[in-house]
Design a protein around this ligand. Structure first.
Ligand SMILES: Cc1cc2nc3c(=O)[nH]c(=O)nc-3n(C[C@H](O)[C@H](O)[C@H](O)COP(=O)(O)OP(=O)(O)OC[C@H]3O[C@@H](n4cnc5c(N)ncnc54)[C@H](O)[C@@H]3O)c2cc1C
Length: 546
């Protein structure tokens, strides 16, 4: 490697460290030595001597997006659109994360689909609902971004070919604003999260080439940092593949690693911050172990709201394995389409479309358990008629029927017996539903029941860990904040469930997919701008001086 190349790398590295003033003091000497170590490590692991392409790799620093759920995909695509090189790193063999499991929908206020359906919604109402759901803990500037960009997020997602014209009510919303795909004419299910992820994944795959790479089966183990004065500067990550081979990637980082809703590792964040719920079942995939939060904490990032864990009221109970630790989610859209919840007496006990934490607390308070099951979890019975099934989408329901999670009710007598209820009480509950003002304050009753003639469907549900509101603190550029200094960590961005602040103490259904798109896009653009600015400074320094 020639001296010129070496000096250029050193200057670039110094710039990345935030050092533009070359007055040499003890601290600068230390920083230069540190830079040399990083350069030598990079070159030793990745470059042959005199290899110009190696310099190219360093000076054309990529944006390293960690995690390929909706936040990571959105960040990658936007970073690429902003002219950056992108490496999307995913530890699982497949992209998608929990985003691909989402089944209810994505929120948008004053969207084109709402306008077409003549739904009178506004950004202000949406913001109010989100803040009120968050129990005063939401970071308002982030909620502003979420609400102001929600309609454009819906447009952006639909620009990849995802039709989001089926709009439903979800708990805690004052308007229909959760967008999902309509039932497909061919009768096949169209799960909204899977479809959105697939559309973005296909687009990302079409970009793969010199400037865009997707590395699956590659786990990020730690973030590499240096100090520049008061600042922490993130300059790359260490990754390992499934054979345990390690490599360092140098670049600007976007953490999009999702939450810790299934963290039962030795360093479990659930045990550390919310031990009382740690043993509940979960709807999350096995990858949701909070690695981004842990890596951030290890380099001095600020954590927020770590004890705020959302328990979804309705995880499906599988008759064959009622105590399983992993649950299929009974999507909130089932209740949004009209489904009601009953206790063992055959009575309703809550506003089914109340906030998730309220519905969960109400289920636990009923103390309804499964007859004949040892250590039965707290359960409730969800009832739907055909109109409600149609509204939810028969093809989507087909999966749950196939899995016997949603079963036909042979007769009210049989159902009452299964529940341990009196059949007349059950009939009365169905007949009275929606007749007068709702005793639990439910405002939206899409359909009522006819106890004598309705074909009914039942599902047994139990509360399950679903979402972790806690995570890394970010600013409005999606820059991850350092703990205790009110300064962003240079070169480190975050989006999606790994971050905290948007949802405060309790997330509104449909707001997570939206957060992934809005803040994923912001993180991608911010990371690209940071990279371009830093490289521009490096090039300035690289100009020959007189
Ligand atoms: C069953 C279910 C249904 C849901 N339904 C809805 C819904 O209808 N609407 C809604 O708004 N929200 C819903 N949510 C919540 C929402 O889906 C998630 O919160 C959101 O998708 C998280 O997206 P993300 O991109 O932040 O993380 P994820 O989609 O979870 O992606 C994170 C990715 O990072 C990878 N990763 C983690 N650590 C590393 C590492 N060290 N190195 C490399 N890769 C790593 C993971 O493998 C994963 O693929 C649902 C959640 C579940 C579980």
């Amino acid at each position: 490697m020639t001296n010129t190349i070496f000096v250029r790398q050193l200057k670039t590295m110094l710039t990345w460290l935030g050092i533009r003033n070359f007055t040499i003091g003890k601290r600068q000497i230390f920083q230069i030595l540190l830079s040399l170590v990083v350069i030598m490590t990079v070159n030793a692991s990745r470059c042959d001597a005199d290899d110009e392409s190696c310099v190219q790799e360093i000076t054309d620093r990529p944006i390293i997006v960690v995690g390929s759920g909706l936040a990571g995909l959105s960040a990658s695509i936007e970073a690429y659109n902003a002219g950056a090189n992108v490496v999307l790193v995913e530890k699982e063999p497949r992209v998608g994360g929990n985003s691909a499991k989402a089944t209810s929908g994505i929120n948008g206020a004053a969207s084109k689909y709402q306008k077409n359906a003549e739904i009178d919604d506004s950004v202000g109402t949406f913001k109010k609902d989100t803040l009120s759901s968050g129990d005063g803990l939401c970071v308002e500037s982030l909620v502003d971004l979420l609400a102001n960009n929600s309609a454009s997020a819906i447009d952006w997602v639909s620009s990849f070919g995802v039709e989001l014209s089926n709009i439903v009510f979800m708990g805690g919303h004052s308007q229909q604003r959760t967008h999902r795909e309509p039932a497909r004419p061919d009768g096949k299910p169209s799960p909204v999260g899977f479809n959105i992820v697939s559309a973005l994944r296909k687009h990302a795959e079409s970009l793969v080439g010199d400037k865009f790479a997707i590395k699956t089966g590659t786990k990020v183990e730690r973030v590499i940092t240096t100090k520049a004065g008061e600042d922490i500067v993130a300059s790359g990550v260490q990754v390992s593949d499934s054979d345990g081979n390690r490599e360092e990637l140098i670049g600007t980082i976007v953490l999009a690693t999702g939450g810790y809703g299934n963290d039962h590792t030795d360093s479990s964040l659930l045990q550390e911050f919310k031990p009382e719920v740690a043993n509940l079942p979960t709807t999350n995939g096995p990858f949701a172990t909070g690695e981004g939060v842990k890596m951030g904490r290890a380099i001095g990032a600020q954590l927020m709201h770590m004890d705020k864990v959302q328990i979804h009221p309705t995880g499906f109970i599988e008759v064959t394995d009622p105590n399983s630790a992993s649950k299929f989610l009974a999507p909130e859209a089932l209740r949004g389409s009209g489904g009601i919840l009953l206790n063992s007496e055959g009575k309703r006990f809550t506003n089914e479309l109340g906030r998730r934490d309220d519905v969960t607390a109400a289920i636990f308070a009923q103390k309804t358990t499964l007859k004949g099951v040892d250590n039965s979890p707290s359960v409730a019975y969800m009832l739907l008629n055909e109109d409600m099934c149609d509204k939810f989408g028969q093809p989507n329901l087909g999966f749950y029927k196939f899995k016997k999670l949603v079963r036909p009710v042979e007769s009210l007598k049989d159902l009452a017996e299964e529940m341990g209820a009196d059949v007349e009480t059950l009939k009365e509950t169905l007949s009275n539903y929606g007749k007068d003002a709702d005793p639990f304050g439910k405002k939206v009753i899409p359909y009522t029941f006819n106890a004598d003639s309705d074909k009914l469907w039942v599902a047994v549900i139990t509360p399950a860990i679903h979402y972790t509101m806690g995570g890394l603190s970010i600013n409005t550029q999606a820059n991850i904040m350092a703990d205790g200094s009110n300064r962003p960590i240079k070169g480190l961005y975050g989006a999606g469930e790994v971050t905290a602040g948007v949802h405060g103490g309790n997330r509104l259904g449909g707001n997570s997919l939206l957060e992934c798109v809005v803040f994923g896009r912001i993180a991608g653009k911010s990371a690209a701008t940071y990279t371009q600015d830093t490289l521009a400074s490096a090039r300035e320094l690289d100009e020959p001086t007189e």
